[in-house]
Design a protein around this ligand. Sequence first.
Ligand code: HDE
Length: 724
Amino acid sequence: MAKTPSKLKAEGDTARKAPKFPPAAEFETSFAEAQGEGGETHQTTEGGAPTLTTAQGAPVADDQNSLKQGARGPTLLEDFHFREKIFHFDHERIPERVVHARGYGAHGFFELTDSLADITRADIFQRVGERTPAFVRFSTVAGSKGSADLARDVRGFAVKLYTQEGNWDIVGNNIPVFFIQDAIKFPDLIHAAKPEPDRAFPQAQTAHDNFWDFIGLTPESMHMVMWIMSDRTIPRSFRTMEGFGVHTFRLLDAEGRSTFVKFHWKPKAGLQSVVWNEAVKINGADPDFHRRDLWDAINTGNFPEWELGVQLFDEEFADSFDFDVLDATKIIPEEILPVRIVGRLVLDRVVDNFFAETEQVAFCTQNVPPGIDFSNDPLLAGRNFSYLDTQLKRLGSPNFTHIPINAPKCPVANFQQDGHMAMRNPVGRANYEPNSWGAEIGGPREDPVRGFKSFAAEPDGPKLRIRAESFADHYSQARQFFLSQTPIEQKHIGDALVFELSKVERVDIRARMVSHLLNIDAVLAQTVADGLALDLPEPAVAARPAIQDLPTSDALSIVKNGPPSLEGRKLGILLTDGSDAGLFAALTAALDAQNAVFEVVAPKVGGVTLSDGTALAAKHKIDGGPSVFFDAVAVLPSAEGAALLAIDKPAKDFVSDAFAHCKFIGIGAASAPLFDKAGLTEDLDEGCLPLGSEKDIDAFLAACAQVRHWPRELAVDLDATPDA
Ligand code: HDE
């Protein structure tokens, strides 16, 4: 019996990766119709694999050699299979996104847990328990498609919800504010952030003159600067990031009444980031760290999950709030306006094909179903033009909505037709309306009741190129953000600023940034000036002086919102031949019980023979599995193994990096020589716990649940400020 593509699919993961012919169903029908039963002889080879064909469907006899006149050539132009193959290859790339080029996507669903039916007519918010298919793409902003995952950068958090009344795209970021207030500055911002145009470097980094020059001349970016210099821009995983819609949107009920709304995605796994030195090393050891993490998590059933939260408010609140709700450089602190949880987003399926889905997915901020509407945020207005325009450039046709990943999963009916690659065209005679062809063949008609209606906003004032006075405060929330951080997080902000500005060649650009910091926090400004060996400049002239005493907000700290448990987090276990089999079994059982993950690192990837003679395969050879891959490590060699590791540089790096990155370390009974040779013995602290026998496991895992042992960094880091 021939194997059709769908049968291949049914055979599990290996088969899933076999070539498919999407859309499979259409292929099967048309093939079966065209070929009947006899088609099988063409469809499969003797070995049962599908027959290789040209794009026109002609079976190919030889895919190894081009057609030649004689064994030694010349090659003949007549070889249509060869020409078609090369022609297609030449056109494999589509333009990468101008921003957010590097990204990774997955499928899942949104489930409503709390109805918003009294506030919005949006279909997705009506019925508790109902699931809406979703596709999410995470990304970095500045780097090109092949750049490393742990660049210090904002992360895109774009969600496509295939609702029953049309696709709704919440094209957000992992930071709730933005650099600029008006979309007209976006090309300048991005030009400044990208590699400098003459030299084409640095790649995926803001640590260069052009970026900080533009930022220093753009005071409205100061709140965002605090966020990007915090550890928010080096997340541990996509799973441990928040997402934000950023702008104020509107929810509309059936009568057209409006409620303002801000959207939040809150990760079930809690917030977690890495440290900068770790990020740098991860980029070398595994540039795909974030995508691999998402792929592995989903494929092992550890489905990433976020809650959808909304901040709802009316005109009265907007008028009374300290800042303009249309200004995308401002947040509304959760302590002032609580986030109401209304649903959950679960990612439970990886893509079948990266290009077809993740690369071709086309998010548009303008994609909103009835019941959701825009505010007058001038950044949002610019985006509503940009995204549609960008899709035409990237995907090459207005028919990009016909591509499966972009196609709505609800009925689509209109008179749009033709164009490049049209897959769906009106049938019959009527391709216009109004028409006289009647309900049956006359085609779709508008629906004044169900159809999308905009909020009937009143225009406000004369036509001007102007920035509202209410957008003029650039420092207050920057200060509030900084003061809401724990000391270690404040220290990281200072370190990041010193690092970035140290890569800036022009001293005046460095000094200008410090002049802004003086309007945010005097200690931060002094720390950064000291770090740059710079005399303190005059404070920048502020359009509005910073409000000094805005209440701090715990919601702004990563450390205060860390993981609730060990679930989904990863322990690296360093083993050698002769490692204690009982201890390993008990430790891994305890990890399993907490839904934590572990990977074995050993001198050779073939693995080790444990003390009871069991052969255990390793996930990583030691220099391919550095400790930066893990949330915490357990070092459990045998005595002979420890003596060998003690003379191995990667093994010493494994423990000294884990120590430097403030990780919890479980120390096996025989591992002393390794710590000794790594120069750590005298420094070992409460974050380094004995793991000599099974009775130590509970205490070790309880410590690991605290994420990092931060006091260690303050103690050993040369940059640490004396009073931090
Ligand atoms: Fe984007 N942005 N953006 N952006 N953005 C794009 O659209 C743009 C902004 C965001 O995974 C582009 O399809 C303008 C804010 C994400 O495919 C482009 C402005 C926020 C993604 C574009 C902004 C974002 C993009 C490039 C200033 C957070 C990736 C490729 C007004 C709320 C989506 C594309 C994906 C991508 C324009 C500002 C998020 C060029 C003009 C603010 C997550 O159209």
